[in-house]
Design a protein around this ligand. Sequence first.
Ligand code: ADP
Ligand code: MG
Length: 704
Amino acid sequence: MKETIISLNELYGCNVFNEAVMRERLPKAIFKKLKKTLDEGIALDPAVAEVVANAMKDWAIEKGATHFTHWFQPMTGITAEKHDSFISPTNDGKVIMEFSGKELIKGEPDASSFPSGGLRATFEARGYTAWDCTSPAFLKEDVSGVTLCIPTAFYSYTGEALDKKTPLLRSMEVISKQAVRILKLFGNDTASRVIATVGAEQEYFLVDQDMYAQRKDLLLTGRTLFGAKPPKGQEMEDHYFGVLKERVAAFMKELDIELWKLGIASKTKHNEVAPAQHEMAPVFSTTNIATDHNQLTMEIMKKVAGRHGLTCLLHEKPFEGINGSGKHNNWSLSTNDGQNLLEPGTTPHDNAQFLVFLSAVIKAIDTHAELLRFSAANAGNDHRLGANEAPPAIISIFLGDQLTDILEQIENGGATSSKQGGRIEIGVSTMPPLPKDNTDRNRTSPFAFTGNKFEFRMVPSSASIAGPNVVLNTIVADALCDIADRLDKAADFNKEVQAIIKEITAKHKRVIFNGNGYADEWLVEATKRGLPNLTSTVQSIPTLISEKSIETFGKFGVLSEVELHARYEIHLENYIKTINIEALTMLDMAKRQIVPASIAFVTELANSINSIQATGIDVDISAQTSLLKESSTLLGNLQKEVDALEKVNAIATEMTDAFAQACYYRDEVMKQMRAVRSFADQLETIVDSDLWPMPTYSDLLYYI
Ligand code: ADP
Ligand code: MG
């Protein structure tokens, strides 16, 4: 036992150039300066970078590194790297290992093929990467060797953000500044920074690698485009929190180890609702580090799965009729003097500071609901949101009884009490009475208060969490700014605080909903309340360039109008390409696999009928005849729908206006894809399983 504890201590973070390593390896004065940058957000001195680079290089080389890379997060949503070796040839035909401060701070990867939404075509082609010293450098080990990875921001020659990290860092600055203003007004002089914290729970599926390889749709699009409902789905609910299968358990064990090496605090793991679905939750950290870690987690999940003959599916909806995957983005605010600003304490009605921050969140979410909705939109998530398994596309907040009651009291004149949870009696005499939480959970809410943080439950499983957090940080900063502006001018601080909370409650309580978000009645009620319901990605993308977004992002310098327009283009383009690839993959599979297999089956039946009839013996061939008729009809219909899909997809490809094109893909191409699928799936249920050209849902979901 002791041995594992020691080795775990050694293992954890062993591939990270973290604070402990820096303290050990950097001269005291340099470490102090770097720490000041990290803690207080002060610009980094280039002379410090030079020394850090050298220490980083020595550390990496001792651990076997030969290369370094500026690791960045372009708008593709995945990470990118270009490896440079440390070697520098000398005159005597040998090499020395070099890595300068300049190389640490700035890179020019060119990387002109990443989506830029026209930014680089119209301005300058150059793209740069800049060291983000607030997220620690780390070592990646794989078959290509050991590489020192330096987290960086990626931007253009003119300083426009080309990535996910730049606006995230900007938004963290912005919320810190506005939150500190509020804290100062409340008389807190010790907190100089407020950090937005995030813990991202990650859902995923594991399927057998060989089966995966036989499914072109999974391979090319990440989801199954065909597949009849299996005899057993998730109706027994026997997978949720179930005992792990050995192969899965072995995968999870190794995943933990790989994550821990990188200082990613993987904390819980369990089976999810759907068969073959699982979840991992890390301990929270700063928004920035949590985002980097989530990117790495997704990458490592895929890598480790491969070592166990498995493939990890991160798509939001790999299987129709089976729950899809999401990410729960737990979000809160912490001060650098150790306070969680969303901690209500035992008597929240007395806790004016908490109530101000809570009000700011409520105001932010209601005012910018469309933007938050957009931040969780992608083509994959369109199959989840609003379906009966994930939150609806309507943004609402679950507050729970206690806080809702306090806000109601304030609205009606003043809060004098906090409802307490009391104790739960389990009815077993040997068990102690347990303190009850002040509120139950609500799994149907897209944005739920969970004790001392909010959980944004809409986030797509495959996407970077940067986008949602940029939005959260910025819109809450916006609300805090409005509140601070008012408090700055207030003659009577306490009175103004009460007035603000009261006003916000009255104006924005429509966004609070503690009931069942999956129920149809909620849709009716939400419409009555005037809450926006953006049901698709395409519908939500224009929010990015709405007057309100441009104003809010612009006011705080998180994203400029130019950057927003670029992102608008990128999101549309991404959607269009995604559906186009799906349509083409579907056509390919239908024409080259499903139609031929069905023809073989029909022929088999016809041959059977012919051969039996040739014997001249009078036997019952009604099974063959009816199957022949049924499969031939389905086959004929399938072919018609395939031809139609080919036509609509060709029309879509020709369109020039991106928004109209995206709408056409959503409305016409997707509709036609459903028609193709419906006939193919019916055929799957009657065609000889030996002839069926790909693994079925039963194979994929249960064979591990
Ligand atoms: P719950 O019981 O509400 O699910 P957990 O303790 O299991 O809460 O945490 C779920 C996720 O929320 C974890 O990733 C956890 O690290 C994260 N989390 C907890 N506290 C915070 C916080 N203050 N800020 C951000 N994330 C947090
Ligand atoms: Mg959760």
